[in-house]
Design a protein around this ligand. Structure first.
Ligand code: IPM
Ligand code: MG
Length: 356
């Protein structure tokens, strides 16, 4: 089994190193190959997604990804910015289904900014469509405004769009995920304003006919944002478009106390996937050895489960993470009085030691 290892920028290399360490301790033979991506790709080959990196990702059975981005690339033209690497990988590998679980480990109930009773036991799954919507819609750009009150002035514009096939396939992923969990699915849209999302709602409603055992409800995105902080435990599975999913998944992540805890999987139609922590490259703490590697380690567990057909090994890693939390080990982002503060490498080593 071949795994492409793409550490990227900022804290990416530090956290990915810990996940690789844990993977290597499982007693399996994985062929791992590393390549630069994001700002690191730009530095090495003049492009955030160098050709060789893309080829490695295309040829691999799964991709373990760290994070990309750094302020120092903000002035580059858009096509060369680090973010284009992850967008390019998602598009080139057809990774349309993004699974972002938000689980609150009981030991971390106090780390949430919300009251423990609001979040304790939280276990929701956001299914975000990842290769469509306003992220990739054409045309886009800056042009001279052709008409209306701002005619003749420059304007920026993007295109929100979803093809029926795109909505159907992500709806199927979400209904199937809901079927394996609490059997409740909330489809988040903005059908009261946007044509794209009225269409989304109609198609999801149609797909629902194939899943009579799953309860479906629809919610506008602004209300969903409010409900996520008001009563997040009412959700089971949420399915939504690329843009709304980007925003809601960050909010959901923070309910759990730390975005540093949350893994994600981005899957194609055949369960080939890219696995990355839900957080970003955090350049402000890069190189300090204090980043939380658990989201990346848990992403490696998702990789074993979804793409490499090694559910037992995934269980081992997830149990080991629970164990180190129970032991009271905390990186600074989840630290509370009475626990033991550890760095990135120590946390990785502790997970490795806790593997059964
Ligand atoms: C995410 C990130 C990306 C996105 C950025 C880095 C392009 O925010 O994975 O949520 O917007 O999808
Ligand atoms: Mg995001």
């Amino acid at each position: 089994m071949k795994i492409a290892i793409l550490p990227g920028d900022g804290i990416g290399p530090e956290i990915v190193a810990q996940a690789v360490k844990v993977l290597n301790a499982l007693g399996e033979t994985f062929e791992m190959e590393m390549a630069p991506v994001g700002g690191a790709g730009y530095e090495a080959h003049g492009h955030p997604l160098p050709e060789a990196t893309l080829k490695l990702a295309l040829d691999a059975d799964a991709v373990l990804f760290g994070a990309v981005g750094d302020w120092k690339y903000d002035t580059l033209e858009r096509a060369l910015r680090p973010e284009q690497a992850i967008l390019g990988l998602r598009k080139s590998l057809n990774l349309f289904a993004n699974l972002r679980p938000a689980i609150l480990y009981p030991e971390l109930a106090g780390a949430s900014t919300l009251k423990p009773e609001v979040v304790s036991g939280l276990d929701i799954l956001i299914v975000r469509e990842l290769t469509g919507d306003i992220y990739f819609g054409q045309p886009r750009g800056v042009r001279v405004c052709p008409d209306g009150p701002f005619k003749g002035e420059r304007e920026g514009y993007d295109t929100m769009r979803y093809a029926e096939t795109e909505i159907r396939r992500i709806a199927h992923v979400a209904f199937q995920a809901a079927r394996k969990r609490g059997k409740r699915l909330t489809s988040v849209d903005k059908a009261n304003v946007l044509e794209t999302f009225q269409f989304w709602k109609d198609i999801v409603t149609d797909v629902h006919q194939e899943y009579p055992d799953v309860a479906l409800d629809h919610m506008y995105v602004d209300n969903a944002a409010m409900q996520l902080v008001r009563a997040p435990k009412k959700f089971d599975v949420i399915v939504t478009g690329n843009m709304f999913g980007d925003i809601l998944s960050d909010a959901a992540a923070m309910l759990t106390g730390s975005i540093g805890m949350l893994p994600s999987a981005s899957l194609d139609a055949n369960n080939k996937g890219l696995y990355e922590p839900s957080h970003g490259s955090a350049p402000d703490i890069a190189g300090k050895g204090i980043a939380n590697p658990l989201a990346t380690i848990l992403s490696a567990a998702m990789m074993l489960r979804y793409s490499l057909d090694k559910a037992e090994q995934a269980d081992r890693i997830e149990s080991a993470v629970k164990k180190v939390l129970a032991q009271g080990l905390r990186t600074p982002d989840i630290y509370e009085a009475g626990t033991t503060k550890v760095g990135t490498a120590e946390m990785g080593q502790a997970v490795l030691n806790a593997l059964l």
